[in-house]
Write a protein of this length. Structure first.
Length: 251
């Protein structure tokens, strides 16, 4: 009786052990696959952020009404390396030299700093946005850019611009506060904010050592779209019709 009981019990025990082992192995495989997927996603995001698309936030009102303070934008980093900059493009660039004030660094909570660092690594955060500027390209290498004609318009290579994107103070029709006439060097661009009377742009810095010009090498990329907040989601226009005659003359 005793032997019979033992014989009937042992096979069941072995089956239960095998079932438990399979169950444990299944969870281990699941966790392993989960880690692999997570690491792969992080690496892919890093590659995209480094070479293709990067996120920035807007810290100032210089591009209103096109861009508002705290808008998030996606920037195509293939321009200008693989694709040429065009008139009307909205571009992000590093400080040409003395355009930005010194930034005071305040101590940051270690946890917030760690999270921000991870998000920045994958391109979902842009802690260095305040170290960059964003403006619209008005003049390309070789262009002569002037302000202003008798109607208060910016003139590029003799062609007056109808600029529907600019924001001017009430009762003001002149396209920018500063008068100038410049020829853009071969390695540079001339950029201006859409909020013309509240933008420290090329016209504002025309008397600086930079001459108001931005080196093409300092351009990070072209702003493609507003990604946040969702109610402002939209593709950023370079207003090709505004510059059509300028482009045709150049060609």
């Amino acid at each position: 009786m005793t032997n019979e009981t033992v014989e009937n019990t042992l096979p069941g025990s072995r089956g239960g052990t095998r079932h438990a082992a399979k169950k444990t192995g299944g969870w281990k495989l699941f966790l392993r696959d989960l880690v692999i997927i997570f690491v792969a996603a992080i690496l892919i995001s890093f590659v995209i952020k480094t070479y293709l698309v990067r996120s920035f936030y807007i810290p100032s009102s210089s591009m209103e009404n096109t861009l508002q303070i705290d808008d998030r934008i996606l920037v195509n980093q293939l321009e200008p390396d693989l694709f040429a900059i065009e008139h009307g493009d909205v571009v992000v660039f590093t400080d040409p030299g003395g355009w930005l004030p010194a930034i005071s660094t305040e101590p940051q909570n270690w946890f917030v700093g760690a999270v921000d660092g991870v998000l920045a690594f994958v391109g979902l955060s842009a802690p260095d946005s305040s170290n960059h500027l964003i403006k619209r390209v008005i003049g390309l290498p070789g262009d002569t850019v002037e302000c202003c004609n008798e109607f208060g318009q910016i003139v590029v290579n003799g062609i007056p611009l109808e600029e529907p994107y600019i924001k001017l103070p009430d009762a003001v029709t002149k396209a920018t506060q500063e008068d100038f006439s410049v020829t853009v060097p071969d390695d540079s661009i001339w950029v201006m904010g859409d909020n013309r009377y509240n933008s420290a742009d090329s016209a504002f810095h025309k008397d600086d050592p930079t001459g108001g010009f931005v080196k093409i090498d300092s351009v990070v990329g072209r702003a493609m779209l507003i990604s946040w907040p969702t109610e402002r989601w939209s593709v950023l226009d370079n207003y090709s019709t505004t510059f059509q005659r300028v482009t045709q003359n150049a060609e």
